[in-house]
Design a binder for this molecule. Structure first.
Ligand code: C5P
Length: 224
């Protein structure tokens, strides 16, 4: 049976997480936040005192990782449990993001996480958000999007988010970090950040989330 599947790839801060969540809610589909899996793994590695370079141990941990994704019934928010502990907020720091990007460059780690990601594809359908959803994890997806925006604009968005969450950050260093992460994600040998040949590319530098959502929904309707 062909299970409906929409992939949304792009760099951090492009708005893909927000768009993916809105589309999944709108269609009543499941949501795969693949970046969160890499973040949880990075956090788990830290917790178990593993080095971010120890590929074998990281791949082993990835296979055994005790992580549960659910929806907080009260707040209708994403809820992520690592070994039973609520890590929904703690995985969102810049430090965890940087470590996630380091471990995500390791082929054995990515391989170890493939089956776990593909298991999210169940009825009534899936919206998968990440870097390689349309290229590697779900190359046969019917509808693929690639969301992008300038590094400065993405840093500005991150800055507002982190400020609102009470984190003390500097815009300049965020711009540098985002560029460094882009560089690593784009130039890595395995599953680099790039649009699938059949992806629809949307640039949100000068458009609001609502406008991007509107464009995505129009494409979804065309494919329905
Ligand atoms: O999207 P998010 O910022 O949460 O992802 C954290 C890191 O995980 C990214 O910088 C990227 O290196 C990695 N990642 C990946 N492939 C994915 C999703 C995330 O390599 N599909």
């Amino acid at each position: 049976q062909n299970i409906p599947l929409i992939t949304i790839d792009g760099p951090s801060g492009s708005g893909k997480g927000t768009i993916a969540t809105l589309i999944a809610n709108h269609l009543g589909y499941h949501l795969l936040d693949s970046g969160a899996i890499y973040r949880v793994l990075a956090l788990a590695a830290k917790k178990h005192a593993l080095s971010m370079d120890d590929t074998l141990a990281l791949a082993d941990l990835a296979k055994k990782l005790d992580v549960v994704f659910s929806v907080d019934a009260l707040k209708n928010n994403q809820l992520i449990l690592l070994e039973g502990e609520d890590v929904t907020q703690t995985i969102r720091t810049e430090q965890v993001g940087a470590n996630a990007s380091k471990i995500a460059a390791q082929p054995m780690v990515r391989e170890a996480l493939l089956a776990r990601q593909r298991a999210f594809l169940t009825l009534p359908g899936l919206v998968a958000d990440g870097r390689d959803m349309g290229t590697v994890v779900f190359p046969n997806a019917q509808l693929k999007f690639f969301l992008t925006a300038s590094a400065e604009e993405r840093a500005k968005r991150r800055y507002m988010q982190l400020k609102a969450a009470g984190e003390n950050v500097k815009l300049e260093s965020l711009i540098d970090e985002i560029k460094a992460r882009d560089e690593r994600d784009t130039n890595r040998a395995i599953a680099p950040l790039k649009p699938a040949a059949d992806a629809i590319i949307l640039d949100s530098t000068a458009t609001s989330i609502e406008q991007v959502l509107d464009s995505v929904l129009k494409e979804v309707a065309k494919h329905a």
